[in-house]
Ligand binder design. Structure first.
Ligand code: ADP
Length: 670
């Protein structure tokens, strides 16, 4: 700042070429003549300086102008003003505006004052009457440039300081351990996190001959250093670190080699690794559970086919002339196989429910009829135990509601079945009440009550768990403990909840609520139901039936049952879809029973072919899918593939006959 640049100095000519920017110059001068002269000189300066000059006549008004915030590249300050004289004028100005570029104007007899002014912070001085256009312009220019260089320098200094501070902050605040050391591991500097990780204070670490033994075993240390020396940088070098309190950590070490030292950053990834491992373990467990469930499902599915044969054959046998002893045996075989089939169905159900592959139907059904037919189906069991059944349905419930009637039936069948099983005298009640009704929906509450043995309070939650059965006076009632968990899942998956209240020795009530959509009233039933118990089949019907089924046993069972019912029926058997199509081309058929799972061409493909690629009279033949129970829950593809309906294997003979006759008649009216 003590350098004095006089008006003799010559600015670099190169810097002066080109278009000059315009500068605002503030002139604080009370003499009008002097002020005019300055203006003229600047104009005449031959582009050395392009200035817009604002003039103020007093120090106060000059300072007011500066207070407006307008930028001035230079201030020409006369030191003798009406409101301030001498050196003090500069001092007053600089005390308020210390960063302004001030050039003082002094009288001829006052040159010393100019020198003093520069020492006190003015950029330069000019002696009045002694400067011309050229020297004024050069002085202004120099001072402006000098100031800009200075301010740039100052800014650079600031930035450097800031960036140093930033790095310092990263260093001190980082959760990662950061240290700088020589290649022997002698610490030059390290942050708090290093101290926390290694378990020694920063000072202690700095005093150690090497921190390498704390971090690495010998071999790892060698690997690390080799890599660092060879590649100058090491990224994400994984080490396992044992802390002095005995815990192990997974660390990632990254380092950069400088000349004789290196800086190093250590990240603790223990938590991350543990989380990753937990996720892996969970995924593995999930996929194992899935495999297990699928295995159970497929094994039980396989068991159904022979069961089907056993049951079917016992049914056939029961229709022949048997000695009373034989009748007993066959009845026993039949009952046992029904029981076994029930268990298999339960296991299949639970697997299907658990892997979430269940879909619920939305079909209209009549709940009054559904409950009535449930009673008919179970009547035999009530009668056997001498129990009465009290069925009550709220009159307000609409005749048809829309939802999964088959599943509702299964739920009620389970609950009423349990009620019968655990009750020895008294009555079983089924109450259905309407809790709420909107324009499109009804919310129903079902209560199944019994006067049976009851359940202990602390067992109430447990009975919904899989395979849970409560021991009763040293004996178990028959069952697998799956019924209630299936029931609960079926209810919950449809958005409802099941509850139970019970008193030991008095009885139990199982309740659940489900919401159904309202059905379309008065819609024609388009499939036969059990509603009409007297629905009798016309045994004299004459027709041709194509049975598409690959399983030999099933073929025999189906054929025998059908031929027994209809004396004038002709059954043709196809082993697979392809054979079925060939037969259809040759022979006229009235109805087709189609297995789903078959080799070569399965039931879906075959139906699709018949419906879309065969002549119109063949394409419209009614097709009934034959499917195992579990299949229905998974996908109701029958209609989508153009099948008219399905029958469940093993056949419920009555249902099979009714459906066949229904579709035969339907075909005739078309
Ligand atoms: P299970 O097929 O063995 O009957 P559930 O899951 O249906 O299996 O029932 C589990 C257990 O809950 C039964 O073994 C029985 O102990 C108890 N339980 C279920 N319903 C009743 C009831 N109505 N009265 C008394 N106990 C019942």
């Amino acid at each position: 700042m003590n350098d004095i640049i006089t008006n003799e100095g010559t600015p670099n000519s190169k810097e002066m070429s080109g278009q000059e920017p315009r500068h605002n110059i503030l002139l604080i001068e009370d003499s009008r003549e002097d002020a005019r002269l300055v203006q003229i000189f600047i104009k005449e300066s031959d582009n050395l300086i392009n200035g817009d000059v604002a003039t103020r006549e007093t120090l106060t008004s000059g300072m007011d102008e500066l207070s407006t915030g307008k930028e001035y590249a230079a201030i020409l300050l006369d030191l003798s003003l009406p409101d301030s004289r001498g050196f003090e004028t500069l001092e007053r100005l600089l005390s308020k505006f210390p960063n302004e570029n001030v050039i003082v104007l002094t009288g001829y007899d006052n040159i010393d004052l100019g020198v003093e002014a520069v020492k006190a912070g003015a950029q330069d001085f000019l002696v009045k009457g002694k400067f011309d256009a050229n020297s004024l312009a050069k002085t202004l220019r120099y001072s402006i440039e000098r100031r800009s260089v200075l301010s740039r320098l100052k800014q650079a200094e600031e930035e450097k300081k800031e960036s140093r501070q930033r790095y310092q902050n990263i260093f001190t605040q980082s959760k990662d351990a950061i240290y700088i050391s020589d290649l022997n591991g002698k610490i030059i500097d390290c942050n708090e996190s290093t101290s926390e990780l290694l378990g020694y204070s920063v000072e202690m670490l700095k005093d150690m001959p090497s921190i390498h033994p704390l971090l690495f075993d010998e071999e790892t240390n060698q690997d690390f250093l080799d890599k660092l020396k060879k590649e100058k940088t090491v990224k994400d070098f994984e080490i396992v670190f044992r802390s002095n309190n005995g815990e192990t950590y997974d660390l990632l070490v990254s380092a950069n080699l400088n000349e004789s030292d290196y800086n190093c950053m250590i990240r603790d990834i223990t938590e991350r690794k543990r989380a990753e491992e937990a996720i892996k373990a969970r995924d593995l467990a999930q996929s194992r559970a899935k495999v297990r469930e699928e295995l159970i499902a497929s094994v039980s599915h396989e068991m159904r086919t022979p069961m089907n044969a056993i049951l079917g054959n016992s049914n056939l046998m029961l229709q022949t002339d048997l000695k009373s002893e034989q009748l007993d045996y066959v009845t026993f075989i039949k009952q046992s196989s029904e029981l076994l089939l029930g268990i298999i169905n339960n296991i299949l159900d639970i697997a299907t429910l658990k892997n979430g592959r269940i879909m619920f139907e939305k079909k209209d059904f009549n709940i009054f009829e559904l409950t009535k037919s449930l009673y008919h189906v179970m009547k035999f069991q009530f009668d056997k135990k001498g129990l009465s059944f009290d069925l009550n349905l709220d009159d307000k419930i609409p005749q048809t509601i829309c939802g999964d009637g088959l599943r509702l039936n299964q739920i009620l069948y389970n609950l009423v079945g349990n009620a019968i099983k655990f009750t020895h005298e008294g009555q079983i009640g089924l109450n259905v009440n309407m809790l709420a009704e909107t324009e499109t929906q009804v919310k129903l509450r079902f209560d199944v009550s019994d006067t049976g043995i009851g359940i202990e309070q602390d067992q109430l939650r447990k009975i919904f768990e899989e395979f849970t059965r409560v021991r009763q006076k040293d004996k178990f009632y028959e069952g697998t403990g799956l019924g209630l968990s299936i029931t609960q899942k079926l209810i919950e998956l449809q958005g409802g909840a099941v509850d139970v209240v019970s008193e030991l020795g008095v009885g139990s009530t199982f309740s659940f609520e489900l919401t159904f959509e309202k059905g379309q009233l008065n819609r024609q039933e388009d499939t036969p139901t059990d509603k009409n118990d007297s629905w009798e089949v016309d045994e004299n019907l004459t027709f041709n039936l194509l049975l598409v089924e690959d399983h030999r046993m099933n073929q025999i069972v189906a054929r025998k049952s059908l031929e027994k019912k209809w004396k004038n029926l002709k059954v043709t058997i196809a082993e697979n879809g392809k054979e079925a199509i060939d037969i259809l081309k040759e022979k006229k058929m009235d109805i087709i029973l189609m297995d789903i799972q078959m080799p070569i061409m399965d039931g879906y493909e075959t139906t699709d072919f018949i419906r879309n690629k065969m002549p119109a009279d063949i394409a419209k033949i009614p097709i009934l899918a034959m499917t195992a129970h579990a299949h229905i829950s998974k996908n109701n593809n029958f209609e989508q593939y153009g099948m008219d309906d399905y029958v469940i294997k093993p056949f419920d003979a009555k249902q099979l006959f009714q459906k066949i006759e229904f579709y035969l008649n339907k075909g005739k009216t078309h």
